[in-house]
Design a protein. Structure first.
Length: 383
């Protein structure tokens, strides 16, 4: 169990009223997973326009892989289902799980099996409706992501160990809309991470990925970069690759607003004792509005998650002794105060994930003491 350093405990005690008032909680903390488990990790969450949401998490299985479970909730936070067994033999890297929720309550789950990247579609009650192989012929897919557009179409992005970065668009029912798109190929000897995808209101989307060299340069720096590429609604590329950042970074996220502009965020390491979350916004044409902006500067965070609303405002959640959050205006430089997410301090609270809808309702889920998944709903008080 992590213990708060005494100075931080005292600081949080004095700041607690303002931390809690920074955003409007829509009810108390709740338990997502029904039963305590030997291990409950890698939570994911998605929300739809009405405010109902679905959570996904990973648990131990057997020698062939772990087990995925999910649970759907109504807009008022009441459970709509019990725990739903999603799949076994799951090859979880922590970066190859994703979930999306349609407006009718059906939901999509993306994960890697021993032989393929799989996409499953479930009805609102958890009935399996579709079992689709997105990519096959690989022992596992190290990273994959999923983004749903307002009309229910969605895009899946993934990479393989050979360095290829791919994407494909699907109908709301989970049927492919066109062939697989070859987005990029990481140079031999280098390492690729991602991709991360975001779909816009008209079916257009952006793909972002990062690379890192296998060796440091003479100065001792490990070269790396973050790139992005835009695609139209017909999956045709719009322009060349975009250089987002010219050095290696981690925990990349991408979000797109209803006007078509997009934001890429990442974690950088400015000092030896703290890390910082940066963001850079681009127009719908891929032109940067500015240089990278520090969103959460010089804070001790281990895991972070970012979600963007249709108006371009965003909510960031991160862990570091507990789980914290902060809401930003569309310009990314007008934040509300930091707020404390959990209502109960129960052991090690870590690995938060967040989802927000157009009404400003958002939900945060996190790993609670490694044995269960907890969550809490909020209404964003925008700057």
């Amino acid at each position: 169990m992590k213990r708060l350093p005494l100075p931080l405990c005292v600081l949080l005690l004095f700041l607690l009223p303002s931390l809690l008032a920074a955003q409007l909680p829509l009810g108390p903390q709740f338990q997502v997973s029904v039963h305590r488990q030997l291990s409950a990790t890698s939570p994911q969450v998605a929300i739809n326009a009405s405010g109902s949401f679905v959570a996904l998490w990973y648990g131990p299985g057997d020698l062939t892989g772990g087990v995925l479970r999910a649970r759907r909730f109504e807009a008022d936070g009441e459970p709509a289902t019990g725990e739903i067994g999603i799949a076994g033999q799951v090859q979880n890297t922590g970066e190859n799980l994703a979930v999306a929720l349609q407006d009718d309550g059906s939901f999509l789950v993306l994960f890697s099996s021993p032989i393929a990247l799989k996409l499953l579609r479930f009805g609102p009650d958890g009935t399996l409706l579709l079992d689709e192989q997105v990519a096959s012929g690989s022992p596992s897919v190290p990273t994959a992501s999923l983004s749903r557009g307002p009309d229910g179409r969605f895009v899946v992005g993934w990479s393989l160990f050979d360095g290829t970065v791919s994407a494909r668009v699907f109908s709301p029912d989970g049927l492919p809309l066109g062939p697989t798109i070859a987005v990029a190929k990481v140079s031999d000897g280098d390492y690729g991470y991602g991709p991360w995808v975001a779909m816009g209101s008209g079916g257009e989307f952006v793909v972002a990925w990062s690379t890192v060299a296998s060796r440091a340069d003479p100065s001792g720096t490990v070269p790396g970069s973050i790139q992005a590429r835009r695609y139209g609604a017909g999956s045709h590329p719009r322009g060349a690759e975009i250089l987002v950042s010219d050095h290696f970074s981690a925990r990349v996220h991408v979000g797109k607003n209803s006007a078509g502009s997009f934001l890429v965020t990442w974690v950088d390491v400015p000092t030896s004792t703290s890390v910082a979350l940066y963001g850079r916004r681009f127009s719908a044409a891929g032109i940067p509005f500015s240089a990278a902006i520090p969103l959460i500067p010089h804070f001790t965070l281990e895991n972070s998650a970012v979600a963007m609303a249709p108006d371009g405002s965003l909510v960031v959640a991160w862990d570091g002794y507990s789980v914290f959050g902060q809401v930003f205006a569309p310009d990314g430089v007008s934040p509300r105060p930091i707020f404390l997410v959990p209502q109960l301090a129960t052991g090690n609270q870590a690995d938060p994930q967040v989802a927000i809808n157009g009404m400003g309702r958002f939900v945060v889920v996190w790993q609670d003491d490694n044995t269960r998944i907890s969550g809490r709903r909020f209404k964003a008080r925008r700057p």
